[in-house]
Design a protein around this ligand. Structure first.
Ligand SMILES: [Zn+2]
Length: 615
């Protein structure tokens, strides 16, 4: 009894001292953003004695231990005007040990974060993507919900910003934000730039504010068309119908339009942090490729941020995450992002079909599926992204995105078939992700919860079906959603428009469905599909094709050779460079160029086009 009382007093006094402590004060000097270095000082309330501070390691939405500790530099600690020594933990590279002297209750840390990472830089001469987890430390063991932070930032002269954070005061290029939890701060990135525009996209009848904040490398980059503004308003309206509730108080689509910084999307409760091609709004190919980016990241506010797999709902940024349910978190989001792109007019029905055909064909040629079930691509998210592009077909990559798309399409088509079109996955979304509207919160779930919610919409052995899809080592992709939908996957010499857009944007040529390789325009082999004609001839990723049938390699030359081989018995001759050696490889292939498309099966109901009709 006495022991319990002592413990209760200890807990009470710990709580009181934690509550009595003020917030961390973080000041970020981003005036050096154009050369990709951020300077920061952090004032932390402390007590005398040993102290361990940590730098965020496992990042929400990223699911991996990739907090960029290698870019965390210039570190100094000061207390009562004196420099303090620090030591990095011998095992945990994200942890720093210090000894706080007697009489000290506040510590000042100063440091720099380098945001230059080759292709994935977060800043350029004109734009900045400020992600707070890169400029913050917090006490080891503290829950991020309990750490309070008052953050401020000084931007380069004349730059404007967008964020879901609420400014407390602003003068010139310095902004101070209202105090929030560390969770909310890290969940609320800020984009800034010399060229900025905010557009209201709240549809009529919607009470919560929705805006898109854009910064661009050029004035033209942020010239969004009226048609796209109308589509984004429709996106807000459609998600209201799809989910029936919103788990945020306002929403900011943050969008950097430029090719100097990373092209990516990262979801948050009340915003999404997106980077896209500078010509996204006015180049039809870029527009098609990026069309599902904003819908995808927006869907995550419900699927991922509000409802979150239990293994990803961690109490701080140091605890390991489990990726086993990413085929729901990302796979269903991929599906919903793609159908919302079509429901809102961001993508035309034809573009939707071509995109789906490419996704299905790519996965149907993924030979790694014979050894690595889809489940393992989700489970091994921690290591997959570190892999190079070479040998992707055999290794597999984050296939839980596109194959999740196919699986959820199949689930949607089955619900529609079993209920004679009375129910659909829309009903599952309302039941599973709806509930009561309100400010951000996290509700963890498990596999069984997904199965049970599906069964309430349409009874079926969903657990068995999902496990079969997830654990399968079939060489073929799960294309039941396409066939149930009244369509079939076919191949022809006519180019697939999604692949054409990808070729223009990446400068790669994708001959996966004919010769069996992907190469750069210079002939460097990015990947070769095991079992394909090119693979059978002996070439592999990492080699470089110098000539095709004796003529210098180019995309046109290899396409010409493919057409010629259709009328010839001769193999296609590839001269390849492999390190310091050259060798000729004869590829026996005579079926010409092949690209995937969807073809309607006459007489069957067109469920696929039902799926992309606006609600
Ligand atoms: Zn995602």
């Amino acid at each position: 009894m006495k022991k319990i009382c002592t413990l209760a007093i200890a807990i009470l006094s710990f709580c009181l001292s934690a509550a009595a402590q003020g917030p961390e004060r973080l000041r970020v000097d981003a005036t050096d953003a154009p050369r990709n270095i951020l300077h920061a000082t952090l004032t932390i309330p402390v007590a005398p004695g040993p102290l361990t501070l940590v730098y965020p390691k496992w990042l929400p939405g990223n699911h991996r231990p990739t907090g960029p500790i290698q870019n965390f530099t210039g570190l100094h600690f000061k207390a009562a005007g004196k420099e303090l020594d620090w030591q990095r933990d011998l095992e945990d590279m994200w942890a720093f040990h210090l000894q706080v002297p007697a009489g000290v209750n506040e510590l000042e840390a100063s440091y720099d974060t380098i945001t230059y990472n080759g292709k994935s830089s977060l800043a350029s001469s004109k734009v900045l993507d400020l992600v707070w987890n890169q400029v913050v430390l917090y006490p080891q063991g503290a829950a991020t919900n309990d750490v309070r932070v008052s953050a401020s930032v000084r931007l380069p002269e004349g730059w404007k910003f967008g964020t879901a954070l609420t400014p407390a005061q602003q003068s010139g290029n310095a902004v101070e934000f209202q105090t929030v939890s560390l969770t909310t701060l890290v969940d609320s990135p800020l984009i800034a730039g010399a060229i900025y525009r905010q557009v209201q996209i709240t549809p009529p009848g919607e009470t919560l504010t929705h805006v898109i904040d854009m910064v661009g490398e050029s004035e033209e980059a942020i010239e969004i068309t009226d048609k796209d503004i109308a589509s984004l308003k429709q996106l807000v309206a459609q998600t209201g119908k799809l989910f029936g509730a919103r788990h945020y108080t306002k929403y900011h689509f943050l969008l950097i339009l430029g090719d100097e910084t990373a092209h990516h999307g990262l979801e948050h409760h009340e915003s999404s942090d997106n980077g896209a091609a500078e010509d996204m709004w006015d180049n039809p190919g870029s527009h098609d490729l990026e069309a599902d980016l904003l819908p995808h990241e927006f869907v995550h506010s419900w699927n991922g941020k509000y409802k979150r797999p239990a293994g990803l709902a961690t109490r701080d940024y140091q605890a390991p995450m489990h990726g086993d349910l990413l085929w729901v978190y990302e796979g269903l989001t991929d599906y919903l992002g793609n159908i919302l792109a079509a429901r809102t007019g961001l993508r035309s029905p034809d573009e939707f079909h071509e995109n789906l055909a490419y996704t299905a064909a790519m996965l149907d040629h993924r030979t790694g599926r014979t050894w690595r079930p889809l489940q393992d691509t989700a489970t091994s998210v921690q290591s997959l992204f570190a892999a190079p592009v070479e040998w992707t077909n055999w290794r597999r990559t984050a296939d839980y995105y596109p194959e999740g798309y196919l699986i959820w399409l199949e689930v949607d088509s089955l619900i529609r078939q079993k209920t004679n079109g009375q129910k659909s996955l829309n009903d599952f979304c309302r039941a599973f992700y709806g509930g009561q509207s309100g400010p951000p919160m996290v509700v963890p779930y498990k596999f069984e919860d997904v199965v049970s919610a599906l069964n309430q919409v349409a009874p079926n052995d969903w657990a068995r079906l999902l496990r079969e899809r997830l654990d399968s080592k079939s060489p073929h992709a799960p294309t039941g959603g396409i066939t149930n939908g009244g369509w079939k996957l076919v191949y022809s010499a006519q180019k697939n428009t999604t692949m054409e857009a990808r070729e223009k944007s990446s400068n790669n040529i994708d001959l996966s469905f004919s010769l069996g390789f992907i190469a750069t325009k210079e002939g460097e082999l990015r990947d070769v599909i095991p079992g394909s004609p090119a693979y059978a001839a002996g070439i592999g990723p990492g080699m470089k094709i110098i000539a095709v049938n004796g003529r210098k390699w180019s995309k046109d030359v290899v396409r010409g050779a493919l057409r010629l081989a259709m009328r010839s018995q001769q193999p296609i001759s590839l001269l390849a460079e492999n390190g310091e050696y050259y060798k000729t490889y004869d590829v026996n292939y005579h079926e010409g160029e092949r690209y995937p498309h969807l073809e309607r099966v006459e007489g069957q109901p067109d469920i696929l086009d039902e799926v992309i009709k606006p609600e």
